[in-house]
Design a protein around this ligand. Sequence first.
Ligand code: GBH
Length: 447
Amino acid sequence: MALPKFPEGFLWGVSSSAYQVEGAADEDGRGPSTWDTFAAGSGKVLGGDTGKTATDHYHRYREDVGLMRELGVDSYRFSVAWPRVLPEGHGEVNKAGLDFYDRLVDELCANGIAPAVTLFHWDTPQRIEDAGGWLERDTAYRFADYAAIVGERLADRVAMWMPLNEPMVVTIFGHAVGVHAPGLELLFEALPVAHHQLLAHGLATTALRAVGASNIGIANHHVPVWPASDKPGDRSAATLYDGLVNELFAAPILAGRYPTGELAAAMPGPVAEDLKIISTPLDWYGVNYYMPSLVAAPSASSAPTMIDRLEMPAGLPFDFPVVEGYPMTDFGWPVVPEGLHEVLRMLVDRYPDMPPIYITEGGCSYDDERHDDRRVEYLDGHLRALHRAVEDDIDVRGYFVWSIVDNFEWAAGYSQRFGLVHVDYDTLDRTPKDSFYWYRDMIRAQR
Ligand code: GBH
């Protein structure tokens, strides 16, 4: 059955990020990022994979834009690599790096595809990390300077801007539990990383506007949090987790406050003044939705807590039982389309000043090379759930599929494939999957 019609002008897109697709890690003056360091040296990326070559989007971007044109998408969301533009993280601009994004943006515009730019998708310049990284307040100011440099060059052609992608993942995965770069295990001592990213978001938003960029939002990770039972221990663990994933970043940005006094007290610097900068009104708000989380009190057993098949350090105040009763992707993630509706409902109920929403990521990992019916089913189900949100008067304006091509899936290396287009990692050949043609036909039918 064909999908119901979305409102006129609804935006159809695809997403990617620099470290996951570009490759060319040592070319044209790019500086190292924390992900180069982490992938090469931590032993924490499956198969020892790195983003050194990735999908070679840096050289094959014309081919990839050609695929997007065939797909008929309105927009391509990609990220600019901070260390490609500023190899030291600040100071001297690497002209060749900035030129690459200029060419990519031109190529997109020439093909009628609106560029949507993320400025930080987790690839912190290693030099910035060496100086303390996101634990240092100064990083927020460096980031704003970088935002202004990119904005100045591209603002005349970029349709949508996102300073940050999923600051929660950088805070928790990168700095609290250490399964992502830079690999720190600070547990709750990681909270300053949240505040400095939020400040970076606010400062960059202002800096972008100052150089003429407009239509600024964020791509934030949201999760329906389901308590594992009605027991008070499970309920309070779920409330704590919900505060961290769904509110820690949304409340400062959308309502100018930290969700709890305890969290506010854990933050460094002049927090009240910073919150004014952080809550600079946005033009839109981006939601990345993949799945719900079932949350329980920490288990009494000695088995380690696992997330995404990764072992968490001991001492976390919650546990994540498997969500049962739904199909699973090949990553082991439950397929719960209704969760998309649930998360949007939650957000608009909690934040009355919510600007228009875009789904900046949604997608699934399946290993099928060509005939990925399960991805088609995933997308069909999620778009139906999204349409129900539209019918409920939630102001959603677009959907970006994660991802255009298979790519480097962080700690899972190349083992998980999220693409509408298959990548052969030996030859780097691209082959559209059935879901690619399904998405193309769906977009045509919507017009
Ligand atoms: C996105 O992150 C990223 O933006 C993108 O780069 C990535 O390739 C894509 O998704 C696919 O993974 O802590 O309860 O959320 C998604 C964030 C964080 C989702 C870890 C799964 C595990 C369970 N991911 N999360 S929970």
